[in-house]
Design a protein around this ligand. Structure first.
Ligand code: URA
Length: 207
């Protein structure tokens, strides 16, 4: 795990999500504060028992101010709906990093750095504490790095672990599925379908 001084920006405990979000919208010391991008925090139902952690906002999310509203988000919604989850009422969706990491040319974007992931991590954990979900899905390696402190999504996906009484499962990031559209048995898309069915089963067991 990273050295504790990386957590210097750790938010104190908040009474409500609104209090936390108000603080996050004022973040000035985060590594992307001068990137000219917006703070993009969440969408969905804060009372939901299923919480999804993504990577970072992309350009569309940066403009609209909500996570997963571009192509990857549309696919994520389809996957959730295929397992009979309503993305707006059954799920709360957030990210590991809350501002778009811009590319060198100021137009494109890049993956978040370790430093960025570590900076925002206490905020992700505080969101999880306040939403209090029973199940957390980590989409892709950045979310696994943030919450589990490890990567390796091709072997981690579909595996349950427990964290402070919550069930946690890594799943493929929908952007990865967009780049790998095959539905052949054993393909990432076929594996995603198996994983989301497991999530449905666990959700029903816990309800
Ligand atoms: N990808 C993510 O991980 N999060 C978003 O909000 C959008 C795309």
């Amino acid at each position: 795990m990273p050295p504790s001084d990386l957590f210097s920006a750790q938010p104190s405990s908040h009474a409500t999500l609104e209090d936390l979000f108000a603080e996050m919208r004022q973040m000035k010391d985060d590594p992307l504060a001068n990137a000219g991008t917006n703070v993009v925090i969440s969408r969905g139902n804060p009372q939901a028992k299923l919480l999804i952690v993504g990577e970072a906002p992309g350009p569309e999310e940066n403009v609209k101010g909500k996570p997963f509203v571009g192509r990857a988000g549309q696919l994520l919604d389809k996957i959730l709906e295929a397992a009979e989850f309503n993305p707006e009422t059954d799920v709360f969706i957030t990210n590991s990093v809350f501002r778009l990491p811009p590319g060198d040319d100021g137009k494109s974007f890049r993956k978040p750095t370790d430093k960025e992931i570590e900076y925002y991590r206490p905020y992700v954990l505080e969101i999880i504490r306040l939403v209090d979900p029973r199940i957390i899905l980590l989409t892709g390696n950045v979310a696994c790095q943030s919450i589990l402190g490890k990567t390796g999504i091709t072997s981690l996906h579909g595996q349950w672990s427990q964290m402070q009484g919550r069930w946690v499962m890594p799943i493929y990031h929908p952007s990865y599925l967009l780049r790998n559209p095959s539905r052949e048995p054993g393909s990432p898309k076929a594996q995603m379908w198996d994983d989301i069915r497991e999530v449905r089963k666990k959700f029903d067991e816990l309800s």
